[in-house]
Ligand binder design. Sequence first.
Ligand code: ZN
Ligand code: ZN
Length: 499
Amino acid sequence: MKKLLAAVCFIVFNLHAISIEDAIQQTKNPRSSNAWITYDASAMAAHRAGRLNRQLEKLNKKTGVEFAIIFKKNLPVESAKDYAHQIFNTWKIGNRETNTGLLLVVLVDQRQWAFEVGYGLEAALPDSFTGSLGRNTMAPEFRRGDYYKGIADAIGEIEKKIDATPKEELGAKAPFQLAIGKATYNLRDIVFIFAHIAIFLVVVFFVLQTAFKPNSLEKAKTIHLFFMQLFVAAIGIVLSFFYTSWFFKSFFLAGEIIAMVIMHQTWDETTESPVSLSALYLVLFAFTAIAVIVPVFRLWHNPAEYYAAIPFLIFAILIFPIYFWALRAIRRGKHICEKCKNLMELQSEEKEDTWLKKYQIAEEKLKSVDYDVWVCRKCEYIRIEPYIHAGAYDKCPQCSAMAFRFVENKVLTPATYSSSGTGVEIYKCSYCRKQENRHYTIPQKTRSSSSSSGYSSGGGSSYSSSSSSSSGSSYSSSSSSGSSFGGGSSGGGGSSGSW
Ligand SMILES: [Zn+2]
Ligand SMILES: [Zn+2]
């Protein structure tokens, strides 16, 4: 129960996540007061933040590296890494020419850390290095609550690593960047989006190839499969706009390819006709729900940030009416006789029973299969196309009719704390009356221990959008007028984690 509650809190907490744009607005740029660190005074003493700032200042004087730190008590962003990536490129940390910028984000309540590494430092500070720094240097201290020590040690390690890197390996020109709306896409983002589009075009190619074949059940099946794949590809593209981290992008691209291969491979087993509401659909709907909720939520808050995703989102939604229209057109459209090439005639529901077998009529009554009977008037050739409504009924192992289903579950001996129990699931065929009893064991009961869950409870802190923007203060070493970062950019290099 505790775990369930924690899971619910986790989900609700995530839904209450603020957009990255709002989070950026709530974060004071430390350069406006000539500092390198923005920190919440409630989580770190000013003299300690001052000491970190002197470390960063020294590093900048010596190497030219612009190392900024955002240390926040509570900033409910969904991903610290996405936030770090966006704010890095908004503030333009690092020199414009050399891109030697570095950003560390630490969110105390969210228990997340993230490094964002500018292009010019990617060689000196590879993802494996910053990842290990986060996990092995910072996280153990953070767990003890010593944020200052974790960060100070990390700065020390970074300084050593930069000192050990040959001068010629520091600094790199930013590669091509594309700006659409308020978002910028670097080469890696563009490669990912193109990979999705390539998959998408392959699917379109196959749909077009099938589209010119004569109407048949086979064609309807192929079209159905490819519409589903088109949808997966469109959603994959949409997601690649919303998740900027390298990990998520690879994850979605791989997921897209795997989903397509599985759909293709298991096609004959999962459904035998296009109009079925099978497990495949449920998976697709679940995928859609997850895939759409986050983007819609974020789009609602800042459409400008995700401009480029909108056409693909509209496309993904439009696929469904086009799909239903196409299927109907294929199912009810012209059917040509395989024998004499004459037009075939679709029989009405009343007439078609003459051509159907007894079990097929039974299936129609159960609404598990809808048969279309096509007759050629010239040569008397008959074609029967079964459109299966999978879901309620399975194929009977005895008579093969789609009339077999689960009817009852009986617990024979209940499980106790000392022994396991047994039960039986009863399946029956509505046509031939075959009954099958599937026995199963119920695992022995265990007493629930009050183990701690993996989720952070969040301490009941919920985000309130009003008046919290002033909580971020930044360390100021002098009272002179502010400056800004040098104009550097990053391509998503760096790493992130939680503690
Ligand atoms: Zn014919
Ligand atoms: Zn049967």
